[in-house]
Design a protein around this ligand. Structure first.
Ligand code: G1P
Length: 297
């Protein structure tokens, strides 16, 4: 298999859990420390070798596209004032990376948003990164771990990869939850979780349940929001109808993919932050700001 170079980042959500902050600013542009949240997600994708990023949004999200575009007028003004270093720091995207934005049309769910990127992704295999989830860039090597690991696994074995992490019982209903049929794999995941240094491990998965009640949850392994898909996922998304929450769920298409092709879960290394929920966003902001203040000491 070839290495994944394409990624889809859905940015169409209205961010109701982040109101009033997200009323006039897309939630993806709210700061975590000294950068907008989506900056870290795009940097993570690039560290994993992604070259072409497709943002799937709507009219009120064009500020995200502007953030990643070069602002020639600002660039000129900064350079005229001798602020070349600042101007350079704004042009941080590598030259071989492209970011484009398309619109989802109707907001029919995450599966629908990913499918909307099909005309741009074409026949390529691709990654999906959900921008509500920001992985800790300070303690994790993004060139090796998590998405980078999943990209390598996919290139090696050809199995789609889905990042999971253990969540508390109280949080199970917020996530897609993985079902593993092999008890030894679950034991290995537990041992890994309880060890001093948690590694990325990859295991075959039997299915997912989207936002189950605790009693119906097949495990405590939650889908974190990083996926590497073979292009076949698009065919399944085409045939996926609305389910949980009246939305076209990515999780349902993944279940269909599992029945025909190998799909693995990858256990997450390091911490993740939910930047789409007010309480955890505020905790994340404090953590990111503290790290950056310490760096500048
Ligand atoms: C989505 C997915 C879910 C996943 C979650 C991660 O749900 O449908 O499977 O666990 O993202 O954040 P959402 O939070 O968009 O409702």
């Amino acid at each position: 298999m070839t290495k994944i170079t394409h990624a889809v980042i859905p940015v169409a959500g209205f961010g109701t859990r982040m109101l009033p902050l997200s009323k006039s600013v897309p939630k993806e542009l709210l700061p975590l420390g000294n950068r907008p949240a989506i900056h870290y997600v795009v940097a993570e994708a690039i560290a994993a070798g992604i070259k072409h990023i497709v943002l799937v949004g709507h009219a009120q999200k064009s500020a995200i596209e502007n953030y990643f575009d070069m602002n020639a007028e600002l660039d000129n003004q900064l350079r005229q004032k001798g602020k070349d270093e600042l101007a350079d720091s704004l042009n941080w995207l590598p030259e071989d990376v492209s970011i484009s934005m398309i619109r989802q049309g109707q907001p029919l769910g995450l599966g629908h948003a990913v499918l909307a990127a099909r005309p741009v992704i074409g026949a390529n295999d691709f990654a999906v990164l959900l921008p509500d989830v920001v992985l800790d860039p300070f303690t994790t090597d993004m060139q090796q771990a998590n998405l980078a690991f999943m990209v390598d696994e996919f290139a090696d074995k050809g199995h789609s990869q889905i990042l999971v992490s253990r969540v508390a019982d109280a949080d199970v209903h917020k996530y897609g939850i993985a079902k593993l049929s092999n008890a030894e794999d679950l034991q290995a995941i537990d041992d890994n979780h309880n060890s001093d240094s948690v590694d990325n491990l990859s295991f075959a998965v039997a299915g997912f349940v989207e936002k189950p009640k605790l009693a119906d949850a097949p495990s405590r392994l939650a889908v974190v929001g990083r996926y590497v898909f073979s292009n076949h996922i698009f065919d399944y998304l085409e045939n996926t109808t609305a389910s949980v929450g009246g939305e076209i769920q990515l999780t349902d298409a993944i279940d269909a993919l599992i029945s025909q092709y190998g799909v693995n879960v990858t256990t997450m290394q390091g911490n993740s932050y939910d930047a789409g929920d007010m309480r955890s966003y505020m905790q994340a902001f404090i953590y990111f700001a503290k790290q950056q203040l310490n760096d500048n000491d």
